[in-house]
Write a protein that binds this ligand. Sequence first.
Ligand SMILES: Cc1cc2nc3c(=O)[nH]c(=O)nc-3n(C[C@H](O)[C@H](O)[C@H](O)COP(=O)(O)O)c2cc1C
Length: 271
Amino acid sequence: MKKRLIAVMSLVLIFSLSFGGMIAAETETAANTNPEFIDWFNESFNWMTVENGSWSHDPADQISDEELEIILDMAMKQQTAVHWTPYFMIAVTDVEEQRKILGDMWDDPENVATEGTVTVLVLADQILSQEEGHVSEYKDYYMQVPHYAYYDSGQASALMSVAANALGYSTHYFGSINGEYAPFDITGVNEETGEEYAYQSMDRYVKDEYMRTWGFMNPFDGEVNEDYVYPVKGNAVFVCAIVIGKPAADETIESWGTNHARPKNWAIWEE
Ligand SMILES: Cc1cc2nc3c(=O)[nH]c(=O)nc-3n(C[C@H](O)[C@H](O)[C@H](O)COP(=O)(O)O)c2cc1C
């Protein structure tokens, strides 16, 4: 594992040396500030998780396809390890489909998704091993790295949420779902511990033509090399489902929002 990490870090260094200068030259960061955005973000409370059962049922409140494109595109800007960009996001707009994805593990399906919500499925590649059925051949730096895949998917999800917040929508994340359209259909047994495990392929929603691209191996604004494009089907598995919507009009922030601490779990270290 240590060897693999060193290999990865070397690749990062090589690529940052070759591309770093080019990108810096194209970016004018000094004039591009927006500190008001942070105040707005904090004070909007759009970042609060919407309680199951507090969603608007009004179809007029459902995020539009145009807005979905904006927030999904923003999610793709996230920097990731070796810019593997392992995630692939699929937006499901039909309410019955959303309910059959999320199931009843956390609440009545009627409460977890409504005619006013959209559920974004976050899948990720590089979690499954070849033995578990990963269909594309891992080769060189295209490798099984679940810890990065989960971490990077989380980062991209957070960025997507911020974009949704900026358009007036809030979210509720689901790491565990039990709907009939979300079966645990990839199973195995850990050879060392004997422990059984399972993944959700979300096959119903993964079309054959859905492809994910490895960002690092392609230029920021240029032609994509097909050697670094992989099918989602058979490679990516479920990481998280993110319900996006607006709280019901008759609710107040005290009733629609979860109310949990945002502790200052950080430090600025000085010797
Ligand atoms: C990675 C992740 C997985 C989550 N999984 C679930 C879930 O399976 N079911 C659920 O109802 N909420 C889930 N949540 C939502 C949290 O439970 C929710 O944000 C929690 O109530 C904390 O509320 P807060 O936003 O006020 O901190 C998840 C959140 C995250 C970030």
